[in-house]
Write a protein that binds this ligand. Structure first.
Ligand code: SAH
Ligand code: SF4
Length: 363
């Protein structure tokens, strides 16, 4: 009962409230309500670390000011609108609406018991415009705030906690290009790693980017422990330019230099993502170009099977995923050159939750 009242109360004041992720705003509310700092720590720990949900988090606040607190502080930013559970693997797609009406998605990946990952969005669409990606077709998107990024973690963490699972990895690999939203992404990463925040290890966080050299330098300098994944896809400049229109701004030579520098400030390998597209990124010329480009870098290559996002014509031919033998051939060429290489197991394709499908409406 108390909980419902709180929700209604808060809704009437929306716009004037502060987010639970805004630590300085929260401190002002605390002072106004004459609350002990320990109470705020308990609310945040219940919500962000134990993922106990709104009602339990509010129980830490003394009853006489609970109403006032709930009216002043937003514990959530996003409204859940849909949940789809895969029938074939452990993926769950979560769809939310932002307060200004954008639709965004996160994906829970239950890989093994006790080892769950969450893929979160950083923008409501993506200006990247990559030819193979559904998110890249969404027009009029915007950056998410750090609180909106973090609420995806809070809500999914709650779902997993209710199943007795623990959220371990958070990857910024959902909708959008994280390094076009640096401020919000960096403050979200700080909160995810923070002792007074989610207290996740930086080693269990990963940012995937289309490859913006200066932003890569800033990210790795500020968060050396956080994993970096580069959506390279092709080491041939013209092929990459055609597949990833926005990435033309940052030529392959500059990107390679930034990865070389990242290697010096990180003690983990940079992940290089290669989308395996038949006749486009899987030929012998691609193998040669990739091995040459990667030589001298400390990397782990991840070969990604293509997930269909509808009929796409690329250079007068339908865009298709590589057959198994071509993926195998690429894997062997990389192994022969002594690179670590893995194939990504794609989860959630039956619910439109696999890489590249987020924000698409055909699934
Ligand atoms: N914008 C960032 C992060 C989001 S995209 C980036 O591009 O890295 C996350 C990953 O999904 C990227 O590696 C991207 O290349 C990949 N991806 C996009 N469309 C895909 C598709 N149709 N099939 C498989 N992977 C895809
Ligand atoms: Fe944007 Fe990444 Fe999709 Fe390209 S692959 S359009 S950068 S989300």
């Amino acid at each position: 009962m108390v909980c419902k009242e709180h929700v209604a109360f808060r809704m009437t004041l929306s716009g004037k409230t502060v987010s639970v992720h805004d630590t300085s705003g929260l401190d002002q509310v605390r002072k106004r309500l004459k609350l002990d700092p320990g109470i705020i720590r308990q609310v945040r720990a219940a919500l962000l670390r134990s993922f106990l949900g709104e009602a339990k988090a509010l129980q830490s606040v003394p009853f006489d000011v609970r109403h006032g607190f709930a009216a002043a502080v937003r514990l959530h930013e996003l409204t859940p609108v849909e949940r789809r559970d895969s029938r074939t693997d452990g993926a769950t797609k979560l769809v939310y609406r932002t307060s200004d009406g954008h639709r965004i998605e996160s994906v829970i990946l239950r890989i093994q018991s006790g080892r769950s990952s969450l893929c979160v969005s950083s923008q409501t669409g993506c200006p990247g415009g990559c030819r193979f990606c559904a998110t890249g077709r969404i027009k009029g998107g915007r950056n998410l705030t750090s609180a909106e990024v973090l609420d995806q973690v809070v809500q999914a963490g709650g779902i997993l906690a209710a199943e007795g699972r623990r959220l371990r990895n958070v990857v910024l690999m959902g909708m959008g290009e994280p390094l076009l939203n640096e401020d919000a992404v960096y403050s979200a990463l700080a909160a995810l790693q923070g002792k007074d925040g989610f207290n996740l290890s930086g080693r269990h966080l990963l940012v995937s980017t289309l490859g913006i050299p200066d932003a890569i330098r800033r990210l790795t300098a500020q968060f050396p422990q956080v994993g970096l994944a580069i959506s390279l896809h092709s080491a041939r400049q013209t092929v990459r330019d055609d597949l990833m229109p926005l990435a033309r701004r940052w030529p392959l030579g500059e990107l390679r230099q930034a990865i070389l520098e990242a290697n010096t400030c990180q003690d983990r390998e940079v992940m290089i993502e290669i989308l395996m597209l038949a006749g486009v990124t899987d030929t012998e010329a691609d193998q040669t170009a990739l091995v040459g480009w990667l030589t001298g870098l400390r990397v782990h290559v991840n070969l990604i099977p293509y997930n269909s996002v509808g009929d796409i014509v690329f250079k007068d031919a339908p865009l298709r995923g590589s057959p198994n033998v071509r993926i195998q051939a690429m894997q062997e060429a990389l192994k022969a050159a002594a690179f670590k290489v893995t194939r990504r197991r794609s989860l959630g394709s039956d619910i439109g939750a696999a890489c590249g499908q987020l924000g698409g409406n055909e699934n």
